[in-house]
Design a protein around this ligand. Structure first.
Ligand code: SF4
Length: 212
């Protein structure tokens, strides 16, 4: 039997007029999760300067509860891929992602992280980190301004708020025990490129149809 755990919004509103506030464990849990995101402290190139500026006093990432950058992936739940991902660096980025505990999230910041950016044609540059790890929010721009990172963080917070965090089997906190238990594939260097060039479980490019 399915139990509807949602509290009726009209009832909530009526009760609040009488000074009675109602909520659910899930709402409180998600509010806590979205208000205390701990990003992993690492940067890859120029976009990282904008990320650092976002955490400084003028833009003040702390207002959104995400100022506690952690130097260890074991303590982080958000990876901000800020900058050019070279093929040499890709295995390390995926390894760091694997070491983060669930539930975890990824923001790909800047043209380089989402597509290779101005270095797309470079033999040494990965054409988007979403070839190897799942990306929750993409930020275009070269570089994106701190406001764009703040917007991405708010977008991620909305996503976290809409997720089920308790119950089985869909709850994100249960993913480590269900379909997400395996580690993501770490590529190795082949003769000409990374092997494999992408993780087929993560990367699903749109098929290009060429007309004559
Ligand atoms: S997107 Fe532009 S600013 Fe960001 S890492 Fe690439 S080249 Fe640098």
């Amino acid at each position: 039997m399915e139990i509807n755990m949602a509290v009726d919004e009209a009832l909530k509103s009526e009760l609040s007029k009488a000074g009675i506030f109602t909520t659910t464990i899930e709402d409180i849990y998600n509010w806590g999760r979205k208000s205390s995101i701990w990003p992993l402290q690492f940067g890859l190139a120029c976009c990282a300067i904008e990320m650092i500026a976002t955490a400084a006093s003028r833009f003040d990432l702390a207002r959104f509860g995400a100022e506690v950058f952690r130097p260890s992936p074991r303590q982080a739940d958000l990876m901000i891929v800020a900058g050019t991902v070279t093929k040499k660096m890709t295995p390390q980025v995926v390894r760091l992602y694997n070491q983060m505990p669930e539930p975890k999230y990824v923001i790909a910041m800047g043209a380089c992280a989402i597509s290779g950016g101005p270095f797309k044609q470079g033999y040494n540059v990965l054409k988007g980190i979403d070839r190897f790890i799942p990306v929750d929010v993409h930020i275009p721009g070269c570089p994106p301004r701190p406001e764009a990172l703040l917007h991405a963080l708010m977008t991620l917070q909305r996503k976290i708020d809409s997720q089920r965090s308790i119950g089985k089997p869909e709850a994100v906190t249960n993913r480590a025990y269900n379909d997400r238990s395996e580690e993501y594939l770490i590529p190795r260097f082949g003769e000409h490129d990374l092997v494999p060039t992408h993780n087929p479980l993560v990367f699903h490019p749109t098929a290009i149809k060429r007309t004559e």
